[in-house]
Design a protein. Structure first.
Ligand SMILES: Cc1cc2nc3c(=O)[nH]c(=O)nc-3n(C[C@H](O)[C@H](O)[C@H](O)COP(=O)(O)OP(=O)(O)OC[C@H]3O[C@@H](n4cnc5c(N)ncnc54)[C@H](O)[C@@H]3O)c2cc1C
Length: 402
């Protein structure tokens, strides 16, 4: 059902948009989420649901139901560097409701949020509803323009439409540059596997995500290097994969040509101002994240929680919120900057030199990696950072029925 006059519009039904929609509706705010695709069953980017996200689900009373959905659990981050297996993170000691990463395909997570949100009378979701632009009334955003000349008006529009967000035409953007791209493909799985595996072999890095009967693979390349890889031919690409990850067999059938290999552009950027009257951007719309650390989904969820904490109660009371919008950026700016800074450092100091063959001692893992592997107590530090994130949000927005 689509509400004609919502209190708030959410553009985009990704992790940020679905969680923001859920939390606002839970507080009694009449909210409409507009998603341009017909379903969530697309090969989204990333499957990692971190302990901080599950902490939020626990605070909402949804964790048990969430964990009934198909997923794999990992409580250790492992890396194979030129044949040397190493542990670089340990989450098992976290004092949290779910001290592990739940590997769940993103469409499964979004289906879950949709099903839970559908129970809330104030929630409305419209699929196949691409937003074309905003209604700008003298500098204030008063809603959105949809196809065929129709419009939808609301006191607040939240842009959760990812890294190509329409809000980026209206708010200042700072690019941090990204030095990697990713080839993305699936290979049927033979036998048992681990849930998440990173393999470094020579100048190659492959991340393998266990999706039950197949591996979803990310083959990391230097930014702009896709054409050179393609020019060598699909057979050479298959040979590179097999050298790095010999367990990926049956590649002739899985990857007969380049049609089965998608190129995903990695971006790293952020809006320096996340709002203007009537409009707020959160998630990748406000800060596009690299896949490094598998953190983007979780940062998007934290933004949604911070948004509801700041705005749900006044919106539910029918009060104007323009004066409160900057509070969301003020709250989430530090974690965004620190996480993007860490991702950028990984791009520049490890991934790019690795791919260009510029590492000082390519056969040898970086010092930090060796230290982590050698001293298990140190593995708790990345475990803590992955599990808690930086400035973990707790649900403080109200529930309409209590
Ligand atoms: C290659 C790659 C791999 C990644 N792997 C991981 C990972 O393993 N773990 C992790 O945590 N993060 C990962 N990330 C980052 C992660 O995907 C994002 O940070 C996260 O999805 C952001 O969530 P979001 O809801 O803000 O935006 P998105 O997930 O991008 O969702 C935006 C939604 O808006 C919709 N939309 C867009 N435009 C419109 C419009 N005009 N009208 C209506 N709807 C619209 C889109 O269809 C989409 O559903 C990866 C990123 C890349 C590039």
């Amino acid at each position: 059902m689509v509400r004609e006059n919502p209190d708030a519009i959410v553009v985009g039904g990704g992790p940020a948009g679905m969680m923001a929609g859920y939390l606002l509706a839970r507080a009694g705010v009449r909210v409409t989420v507009l998603e341009k695709h017909a379903d969530f069953f697309r090969d989204f980017r990333g499957d990692t649901v971190h302990p901080s996200t599950m902490q939020v689900l626990d605070e909402l009373g949804l964790l048990e139901a969430f964990l009934k959905r198909p997923h794999n659990r990992i409580d250790r981050a492992e890396l194979n560097w030129n044949g040397r297996a190493m542990t670089i993170g340990d989450l098992s000691h976290l004092n949290m409701p779910a001290p592990f990463i739940a590997m769940m395909p993103q469409w499964e997570f979004l289906d879950f949020l949709r099903d839970e949100a559908a129970r809330l009378p104030a929630f409305s979701l419209r699929m196949s509803a691409p937003v074309n632009g905003f209604i700008d009334e003298g500098g204030r955003i008063a809603g959105v323009r949809l196809g065929e000349g129709s419009t939808l008006r609301a006191g607040l529009t939240i842009a959760c439409d990812g890294r190509t967000s329409l809000a980026r035409d209206m708010l200042p953007l700072e690019s941090l540059g990204a030095s990697i791209d990713v080839f993305w493909f699936a290979v049927p799985k033979q036998g048992a596997g681990q849930a998440l595996r990173g393999v470094v072999a020579g100048e190659q890095l492959i991340v393998m995500i266990d999706r039950g009967d197949y591996w979803q693979c990310a083959f990391v390349i230097a930014k702009g290097g896709a054409e050179a890889v393609r020019a060598r031919g699909i057979a050479a690409f298959r040979a590179d994969i097999l050298t790095a990850a010999p367990e990926l067999t049956g590649l002739e059938v899985a990857l007969p040509d380049w049609d089965k290999v998608s190129l995903l552009n990695v971006s790293l950027d952020r809006l320096t101002q996340w709002s203007r009257p009537g409009l707020l951007a959160i998630g990748d719309a406000a800060h596009a994240m690299s896949p490094v650390g598998g953190i983007g989904i979780n940062l998007a969820i934290q933004d949604a929680v911070a948004t509801a904490n700041a705005l749900a109660a006044p919106l539910a009371r029918g009060e104007p919120v323009d004066g409160l919008l900057s509070k969301v950026q003020a709250r989430r700016w530090l974690p965004t900057r620190l996480v993007q800074g860490a991702q950028r450092a990984m791009h520049e100091r490890v991934l790019r030199p690795l791919m260009l063959g510029d590492l000082a001692k390519p056969g040898r893992p970086p010092l930090a990696v060796r230290m982590l592997n050698r001293f298990p107590l140190l593995q708790r530090i990345p475990g803590y950072l992955i599990g808690h994130g930086i400035r973990m949000e707790h649900v403080r927005s109200p529930r309409a029925d209590v």
